[in-house]
Design a protein around this ligand. Sequence first.
Ligand code: ADP
Ligand code: MG
Length: 341
Amino acid sequence: MKQTIIGLALCAVLAWGVWQQRPEPVHNDVVHRELFALGTLIQISVAGHIEPAVMNQAQAALTDLETRWSVLGDGDLAQLNKTLQTQTSAPLPSTLQAGFAAARQLCLDSGGRFDPGVGDLVRLWGFDDEDHFRTTPPPADQLNAALQQRSSLCDSHIDPQTVVVDQVPARFDFGASAKGRAVDEVIALLQAAGIHNAIINAGGDIKVIGRRAQRAWRIGIRHPRPVDGRTMLASLQVHDGEAIFTSGDYERFFIDNGVRYHHILDPRTGLPAMGSQSATVLHSSAERADAAATALFVAGAQDAASVMQQMGVDSWLLVDANGRLHASDAMRARIPDLASQ
Ligand code: ADP
Ligand code: MG
């Protein structure tokens, strides 16, 4: 009996080893790996050869980043948030220091439109966890209380080994920038392994290096309100080192009394930002593109140009609440048929 168990365990280990080493699926000389991490399906595609071990490293890095930055469970950020329920100061583990510092700068650059300090508001709206899903908005008194007592990351002090907030309880949520940071890290990991041509697609948010065969990588931007089977708003070529990220009101939402309440909150009101349907940003840093797409969504058409300038973004595209397109000249130059839409 004991031998059978050992034998079965050995088979399982061998099978795992074979699975880890098996060749990746190849389509048109592009090797793909798909996994679920950071709340979305992530596809890593490499043009040409890649050692399975490097793909495994990339996959492990994503899983590690997910644990580190999740508000749920007991990873680094979740533990820090626990401390900030009762203390205004918490040790910042080395794994979170660079991400916190970068996000604080992005918060400042966005004029507080991108602000991970919305953690308690996101939770109150039930957008932090599928188990918290709501079908009506939270009561106004609870919303006001959460708004009054929230600590902005812009105003928090990072030393860099400690974070100090204005008041407790405080809760940080990096749902609007951690995916971008993770994409930057995986691209850097691939480059360090000698990969020159790759694309990472994290639920429609993308970063590329190099090319696909002799052509540039080509990607589609999702239509926020698909009509007549038209699911793409536009498509464009994305060049070496560019990231393109979109924030939309269609990702997580509920409809109550005909009003769509979604997961991108205006940190100043505590309510879902109502001026936009989707916001797309192109930048060399995926982390900045991620945060800037959220900030652009919150800014809406009127403040779009000035906020994007403050955030160092040249190419952006916004679909406002009425479905009208607004785009920077640089983005229009990238998508010539945009003008006619
Ligand atoms: P997606 O997650 O669909 O890519 P975003 O990048 O805009 O969209 O991130 C939205 C997530 O970020 C929300 O689910 C929430 O956790 C958090 N969040 C919501 N509003 C803000 C905001 N104004 N600033 C920073 N984070 C936000
Ligand atoms: Mg974002």
